[in-house]
Ligand binder design. Structure first.
Ligand SMILES: NC(=O)c1ccc[n+]([C@@H]2O[C@H](COP(=O)([O-])OP(=O)(O)OC[C@H]3O[C@@H](n4cnc5c(N)ncnc54)[C@H](OP(=O)(O)O)[C@@H]3O)[C@@H](O)[C@H]2O)c1
Length: 384
C-alpha cells in the first residue's frame, strides 16, 4: 500500500483520466485508458494513454515515457483509469509489464469486465499492492459506451439535441441554422471526439449539409491545448433508405479522407449506390421499417463492426424514432434561452412518443456561455 495521501492519488487519477480522453474515438473496440506513474512522494515519473486499438496500452506508454526520461520506476505507484489487463491480446499483458518493471503499488479506477481481462489478482500474486475504485464513477463514465458494449453486445446510443425555450429544434428561417452559441457547439465537437461514430438522418444532410467532423476541439482555453492532439475523426453515419444523400454533399466529398457509412434499403437504386461507392462511401443495405431503415438492424450491424458507441445528432424525425424505439442510452440536451415564434420552427418530437415516460438519471448540468446543457442516462418510467 502506498503511503501517499488519498487526495494526491485522486489528483493523479484525474490526470490519468484527462490523458485517457486523448485516445477518444480511436481506441474502439477497446476502452480509453490513461496511466500516470509517480514516485512515493507523488512526483510524476511517466505518463501515457491508449492512443489507438492495437497500439500500446496506457501502462506500457507510461513505462516508456518514464524510461525515456531515465526515471527509475522500481517501487513506483501506477495510477490507471482501468484495471490493468492480464490477457495477452494484440499486445502483451500489462500486469507482466508492471511487475517486471518493479512497480510497487497500483491504483485503478474502473474494474475491467472483459472476459479474461482484469489483472488485480495477478498483480497481487506478484506481490504488488492493488487498490481498485479510485474515482470509480468518473472512470466508468469515461468508458460508459465500452462498458455497455461489453455487457450487452450493443452499441451505446448517445443522443444530442439542441432546443429553444419553447422546445423548437429548428428555427424555421432560411440560412439560420444554429440554435446554440459557439461554446455549446465546441462541446458538441468534444462529444464527437469521444465517440467512435456520429449518426444523422438524411433529412439533416439535405437541409444542413453537415460535415460531422471534429474541428473546434480542443478549445483555445483547454489546459492541454499545447499538446499535439491526434487528428481523430468519428465514422460518419447517415440513415438514408432511398439514398437521397447528394453526391456533392460535404459528407460525400470528404468520404475518401474520413469514413462515411450510409445505411439504406436493400432495394435502393443501384446507380445511386454505385455513384456513392465510387466516392468512397460505404453503402450498407439493410432491412427497413415504416420509418426508414430498421434501427435494431442498424444497431446489430454496428455491433458486428465493433462500433461500441454512437453520438446521434438527430432531426425531429430520427429523434422521434429513436425515443419511440427506446434506443437512447444517454441524452444530452442543450437549451438556448430563446423563444422562437417563427411558424416553421419544428418541435423536438413529432408525436407523443414514447408510450412510457422516462427520466434522465445521474444528471449533470453545465453552462456554455448563455446556453445550458443537461445530460443523463435515460431510464424509462412505466405508467408515467
Ligand atoms: N436542434 C437539433 O438538435 C437538430 C439536430 C439535427 C438536425 N436538426 C434540424 O432538423 C431538421 C431535419 O430534421 P428531419 O426530421 O427532417 O430529418 P432527420 O431526423 O435528420 O432525418 C430523417 C430522415 O432520416 C431517414 N431515416 C432512415 N431511417 C430512419 C428511421 N429509422 N427513423 C427515422 N428516420 C429515418 C428518413 O428518410 P428516408 O425515409 O429517406 O430514409 C427520414 O426522413 C433540419 O432543419 C436540421 O437543421 C436539428
Amino acid at each position: 500500500m502506498s503511503g501517499l495521501e488519498s487526495n494526491r492519488i485522486e489528483e493523479l487519477m484525474r490526470r490519468a483520466l484527462a490523458l485517457a480522453e486523448r485516445g477518444g474515438g480511436k481506441t474502439t473496440p477497446n476502452p480509453m485508458v490513461g496511466c500516470v506513474l509517480a514516485d512515493p512522494e507523488g512526483l510524476i515519473l511517466g505518463e501515457g494513454y491508449h492512443a489507438q486499438a492495437g497500439g500500446p496500452h496506457a501502462e506500457i506508454a507510461a513505462l516508456e515515457d518514464a524510461r525515456d526520461a531515465a526515471h527509475d520506476v522500481r517501487g513506483a505507484i501506477a495510477v490507471v483509469t482501468l484495471e490493468p489487463c492480464a490477457a495477452h491480446g494484440r499486445t502483451p499483458a500489462c500486469t507482466d509489464a508492471l511487475s517486471s518493471a518493479g512497480i510497487g503499488s497500483v491504483f485503478y479506477g474502473a474494474r475491467d469486465p472483459a472476459a479474461g481481462g482484469g489483472g488485480e489478482q495477478v498483480l497481487e500474486a506478484a506481490g504488488i499492492s492493488v487498490t481498485g475504485g479510485t474515482l470509480r464513477a468518473e472512470a466508468e463514465r469515461l468508458n460508459e459506451g465500452w462498458l455497455h458494449f461489453v455487457h450487452t453486445d450493443q452499441p451505446f446510443f448517445h443522443m444530442k439535441t439542441a432546443q429553444t425555450l419553447n422546445g423548437r429544434v429548428t428555427l424555421g428561417r432560411e440560412g439560420d441554422r444554429w440554435i446554440t452559441g459557439k461554446t455549446a457547439r465546441a462541446e458538441v465537437h468534444r462529444l464527437r471526439r469521444l465517440a467512435p461514430a456520429v449518426m444523422v438522418g438524411v433529412g439533416t444532410v439535405l437541409s444542413d449539409d453537415p460535415l460531422l467532423t471534429v474541428r473546434e476541439w480542443p478549445r483555445a482555453d483547454h489546459p492541454d491545448r499545447e499538446v499535439a492532439w491526434p487528428n481523430v475523426q468519428p465514422i460518419r453515419i447517415v440513415l438514408d433508405s432511398g439514398l437521397r444523400t447528394p453526391r456533392d454533399s460535404r459528407l460525400v466529398k470528404s468520404a475518401a479522407e474520413q469514413p462515411v457509412w450510409i445505411f439504406c434499403s436493400q432495394s435502393a437504386d443501384a446507380s445511386r449506390r454505385e455513384a456513392l461507392m465510387a466516392k468512397g462511401v460505404d453503402i450498407i443495405p439493410i432491412a427497413t421499417s415504416d420509418e426508414g431503415v430498421d434501427l435494431e438492424a442498424v444497431a446489430g450491424t454496428l455491433a458486428a463492426r465493433h462500433v461500441t458507441g454512437v453520438l446521434v445528432e438527430p432531426g425531429p424525425t430520427l429523434a422521434t424514432a429513436l425515443v419511440s424505439a427506446g434506443l437512447v442510452n444517454r441524452w444530452t440536451m442543450f437549451l438556448a434561452p430563446d423563444w422562437v415564434a417563427t411558424k416553421g420552427a419544428l418541435p423536438l418530437l413529432l408525436s407523443d412518443a414514447p408510450h412510457n415516460g422516462f427520466r434522465l438519471t445521474q444528471t449533470e448540468w453545465q453552462l456554455h456561455d448563455r446556453d445550458a446543457a443537461v445530460t443523463g442516462l435515460v431510464e424509462s418510467v412505466p405508467g408515467v
